[in-house]
Ligand binder design. Structure first.
Ligand code: PRP
Ligand code: ZN
Length: 285
């Protein structure tokens, strides 16, 4: 039996969530702290723990069949791989930043200046689009210290919480790219591997849907049901169960995590009481 080889980041912003995703898909493997390659014992996959920077190349060369990494790295490396699915975690942006005391005058600020980055391709395209000639200094890590040590006037790097910029006395001035974790795959895969990938993607979507939704239960007077059903469409439509107390019922439905607070307010306004919100373990549409 063939095994699908999955590349995940060994350590860094994506690694914990990547491993968690596979675990939530029911795949059991050792965690990669000391080993660089491990075989799952209950699903036909092998997990390779690699530097995220190297994953696009390895997937192109079929050293790995699929990889979990940030879109930022996928676009920067521009290898011949296919982006299969956005995963909804590790959201960040690739931004330009300058010393916080400097006055920013728009992209022209960077004209004839030196900018340090690990993303020379994406940054080069940005400068080209904006008709700015600037010098790109490619460095592979600790980009944020470049202005402080006189290496560059500004930087272009990944910003997530923004705390790295803050502690290095920098301010974000332009966002060049928004990014999140994605799955990439090789363009050539055996039918056996494609079949494993289909099963894995089915599980990943169930986990992703579950994480993006909440199960909601509430009590409401029957007179409010029509209005509440309008607020809470649910997967098909809400389940309605009568309560012992006459004229009252309980409604069960699913609500999107990102619309959650807004919906709760609308439900209360419509007359809902005793609202319970419960995480969903898996959700198959
Ligand atoms: C990025 C970037 C910063 C940090 C920013 O590293 O280089 O160091 O995240 O995060 P913050 O805004 O929350 O402080 P990343 O893990 O993307 O890069 P690496 O793989 O090169 O370590
Ligand atoms: Zn990296």
């Amino acid at each position: 039996m063939e095994r699908l080889k999955i590349a995940v980041q060994k350590s860094g912003r994506l690694s914990e969530n990547s491993k968690k995703l596979l675990e939530e898909c029911g795949i059991k493997f050792s965690n990669g702290i000391s080993v660089l390659k491990t075989t799952a014992n209950n699903f036909p996959v092998e997990v390779l723990f690699l530097r995220d920077d190297d994953i696009p190349q390895y997937v192109e060369q079929q050293v790995a069949d699929i990889g979990i990494l940030g879109e930022n790295m996928v676009y920067e490396k521009a290898k011949d791989v296919e982006v299969l699915e956005k995963l909804g975690f590790a959201s960040c942006r690739l931004s330009l930043a300058i010393p916080k005391e400097d006055t920013y005058t728009g992209p022209a600020y960077f004209r004839n200046k030196k900018v340090a980055t690990s993303y020379p391709r994406i940054l080069g395209e940005y400068f080209l689009r904006n008709d700015i000639s600037a010098e790109i200094e490619e460095i592979s890590g600790s980009v944020e210290i470049a202005p402080g040590i006189g290496l560059a006037a500004g930087i272009c790097d990944i910003v997530s919480s923004g705390s790295t910029l803050l502690t290095n006395g920098l301010k974000e001035v332009e966002t060049i790219l928004k990014s999140q974790a994605v799955i990439i795959s090789s363009r050539n895969m055996s039918d056996d591997k494609k079949e494993i990938l289909t099963r894995l993607l089915f599980r990943i979507r169930a986990v992703k849907n579950a994480n993006e939704n909440k199960y909601i239960l509430l009590n409401a007077p029957e007179s409010a049901v029509t209005e509440i059903c309008r607020i809470l469409p649910g997967m098909k439509s809400p389940t309605i169960v009568p309560l012992v107390e006459k004229g009252w019922c309980s409604l069960h439905s699913v609500v999107k995590e990102d619309e959650f607070w807004e919906r709760i307010q609308q439900l209360k306004d419509a007359g809902a009481e005793g609202i319970l919100v419960i995480p969903i373990e898996k959700m198959i549409l």
